[in-house]
Design a protein around this ligand. Structure first.
Ligand SMILES: [Zn+2]
Length: 249
């Protein structure tokens, strides 16, 4: 009898889904699919990836989705033309495959996976794997490390906040976000300035859950067309009496 009760308890007990992150390290999956606060994302198809011209990046070549590249180039051109930015904006880290993310995430063996997930998304849970996200950097750094408050205070980062949304970029992890991911003023994802922009529906599908549950700030606001009552027609005024008949032309 007892073994039947034990079997019944085991069957009825709620199963907690887990994600295998590194060897011997896993994370519990939240009901909304998150691991350590980060939402799950798949790899971008290799055939859809292109490399940003090297003058706009620092470090490794910046690889992004082809659909996002025109807007990214327009953003850099606008930033270079703005005297407050002085061409200091660069792409630091762009697409990272899940395999690459695993090697980055799993090399910090001395700390716990939960601790590492504060600053690095676990493999399979990074917006970078989609090819639609990138980290910006300000160069030369002029003594300002790539740290949140310092970067956010630079004229280039302020310009980014004001202007990036019109190029279809939004800040995924604003300060105090309800997703409980660390504030990342350098991290932006592309969703297209409008839903009809080339490639935007696909990007918006990828980020649909994130955008619905944890809106970006600043975000790309949907274009809302408001229909108001049409203005009243002017009251018709009787024409003055004509003295001479003119030919209609
Ligand atoms: Zn990032």
């Amino acid at each position: 009898m007892l073994h039947r009760i034990v079997a019944l308890v085991l069957v009825l007990a709620p199963t907690v889904a887990e994600a295998q992150l590194c060897e011997g390290q896993s994370a519990a999956i939240a009901p909304d699919g998150r691991a350590f606060g980060h939402l799950p994302y798949g790899d971008a198809p290799e055939s859809e990836l292109v490399t940003l011209p090297s003058e706009y990046s620092v470090g490794n070549p910046c690889v992004v989705r082809a659909d996002m590249l025109p807007d990214l180039l327009r953003l850099f051109a606008a930033a270079q033309g703005d005297p407050s930015v002085m061409g200091q904006l660069r792409a630091l880290s762009c697409q990272r495959s899940i395999a690459r993310q695993r090697s980055v995430f799993c090399r910090g063996e001395t700390s716990s996976a939960a601790d590492r997930a504060i600053s690095v998304a676990p493999p399979g849970y990074s917006e970078h794997s989609t090819g639609y996200a990138l980290d910006f950097a300000v160069r030369p750094a002029n003594g300002c490390p790539d740290a949140e408050a310092c970067m956010a205070a630079t004229p280039a980062a302020r310009w980014l906040r004001l202007n990036a949304p019109r190029f279809g970029f939004e800040q995924s992890f604003p300060g105090g976000n309800k997703q409980h991911v660390k504030w990342e003023p350098w991290h932006w994802r592309w969703v297209g300035a409008s839903g009809s922009a080339r490639g935007a529906p696909k990007a918006r599908f990828v980020f649909a859950r994130a955008r619905r549950l944890y809106p970006a700030d600043p975000g790309v606001v949907p274009l809302v067309v408001k229909f108001s009552a049409p203005p009243p027609l002017p009251t018709p005024v009787a024409p003055p009496p004509s003295r001479s008949k003119k030919k209609r032309r």
